[in-house]
Design a protein around this ligand. Structure first.
Ligand SMILES: Cc1cc2nc3c(=O)[nH]c(=O)nc-3n(C[C@H](O)[C@H](O)[C@H](O)COP(=O)(O)OP(=O)(O)OC[C@H]3O[C@@H](n4cnc5c(N)ncnc54)[C@H](O)[C@@H]3O)c2cc1C
Length: 390
């Protein structure tokens, strides 16, 4: 295979793996470099809205995913202090009918494994774990990346380099020096609990509880016997490591004054992990010559609309389509970013605004609750339609 058909990918997260599969399916040879020695299997959950599952279908990965995912019945928003139900949006058949794709939830490690398995079995994809992209040079004709593995440096040529290297992307820093991710003043606390800790109705739902300066989301994962909890709270302190362990006591103090039901779910967890929440800067462009960005490296966003991985999957499909459509890689990368930047920036700003609404303090939250009650299912579907249609 010539250098002209070889794509280098930095990062084997959800974005990097999805891009590799999409590119290999359109005839490219793909070399994927992953800094970690082994795949990241940290045990949090992930929601996959119809735009995400549509992209997974385009990659040929939806069948694998459906084996390990749950299709929840509805998404219900409730007030975490008084327990009042504010709004409910039907999922299940409604999503399939309206958007021709399902709304699924699963363990993040399950999605990652499904993609890694497809990539690992693909004859045109080579996965190199324990290998870090440290630098690159290039122009509009191609790129040479420096990869470091076990202290050995190697120069590797390709037609394109894709920086799918996450929120702290080094490739973004080379394209836009100084454009670093911003700490959002929040932490996410994640745990898995037994489904028996919740009522039968809640075990089938995505449930979002809104409180001042904090919210909690829970939904079923695995075979439905487990529930994934994600609580996001105001928190100025940043974590030393990604997915740092936290005790239930550290977490419970953020939820004093909450209703017994969400507090009961939180107190049934025996171990939490904590992630500091970051947001990528709004970038005017993602590409330089034959190098571009994808996923959190390009548009890492707050988790309030559950679209970070979904948008990385969309990026992968668009990027492969554009690169397959012309021999001129630099032009293809411009076409890719022209399509993706407006949508992902709208997602970044929507996520920020939804965060303000979710974490609203009293008395403003009384107004929020009244509006949410009036919006109803049809209103929620309308609000999210631009996201789910893709
Ligand atoms: C609390 C929370 C809840 C979320 N919930 C959802 C949800 O429900 N739905 C949803 O769609 N999204 C959700 N997200 C967002 C989602 O998890 C991320 O957007 C997504 O995982 C980003 O994938 P990525 O591949 O771009 O980056 P990453 O997963 O960060 O992968 C980057 C990879 O690159 C590797 N790497 C870094 N530097 C280098 C280098 N120089 N060379 C080689 N390898 C390198 C890293 O080791 C890593 O494996 C959530 C996020 C949070 C924090």
């Amino acid at each position: 295979m010539s250098r002209g058909r070889t794509v280098l990918v930095a990062g084997a997260g959800i974005g990097g793996l999805a891009a590799s599969i999409a590119l290999a399916n359109t005839g490219f040879r793909v070399l994927v470099f992953e800094r970690d020695e082994t795949p990241d299997t940290s045990g949090a959950g992930i929601q996959l809205s119809p735009n995400a599952t549509r992209a997974l279908k385009a990659l040929g990965a939806l069948g694998e995913l459906e084996k390990i995912a749950v299709e929840p019945s509805e998404l219900v928003v409730a007030n975490a202090i008084n327990g009042a139900m504010l709004a409910a949006m039907p999922l299940g058949g409604t999503m399939r009918e309206k958007f021709a794709a399902p709304y699924l939830v699963c363990l993040r490690a399950g999605l990652h494994d499904a993609l890694a398995k497809i990539a690992g079995n693909h004859s045109e994809i080579e996965l190199r774990y324990g290998s870090t992209i440290t630098d690159f040079t290039g122009d509009n004709q191609g790129v040479t990346a420096q990869a470091e593995c076990d202290g050995q440096a190697e120069a590797i040529g390709g037609a394109v380099l894709i920086g799918a290297d996450g929120i702290r992307s080094q490739i973004r820093a080379r394209i836009h020096p100084g454009a670093s991710a911003r700490h959002g003043g929040m932490s996410a606390w994640r745990a898995t609990i037994s489904a028996g800790s919740l009522s039968a109705e809640m075990r089938e739902q995505v449930r979002v509880w809104l409180g001042p300066g904090a919210h909690l989301v829970h939904y079923p994962v695995g075979d439905g016997s487990q529930i994934n909890l994600v609580a996001v709270t105001t928190d100025r302190q940043t974590t030393q490591s990604w997915g740092e362990e936290a005790s239930p006591g550290d977490v419970a103090k953020h939820f004093t004054g909450w209703n017994d039901t969400p507090r009961g779910a939180i107190s049934s967890a025996t171990q939490f992990r904590r992630w500091s929440i970051y947001e990528a800067p709004l970038l005017p462009s993602w590409s330089k010559g034959c190098v571009t960005l994808l996923g959190d490296a390009a548009h890492g966003m707050f988790p309030f609309i559950a679209q970070g991985a979904a948008s990385a999957l969309e990026d992968a499909v668009t990027l492969a389509r554009e690169l397959a459509s012309t021999e001129d890689a630099a032009t293809a990368l411009r076409a890719y970013e022209r399509q993706r930047i407006p949508r992902t920036q709208q997602m970044q700003s929507t996520a920020r605004n939804v965060g303000r609404i979710y974490h609203m303090p009293r008395p403003f939250s009384f107004g929020r609750d009244l509006v949410m009650k009036q919006i109803g299912a049809a209103g929620l579907l309308r609000q999210n339609e631009w996201i789910y249609r893709g």
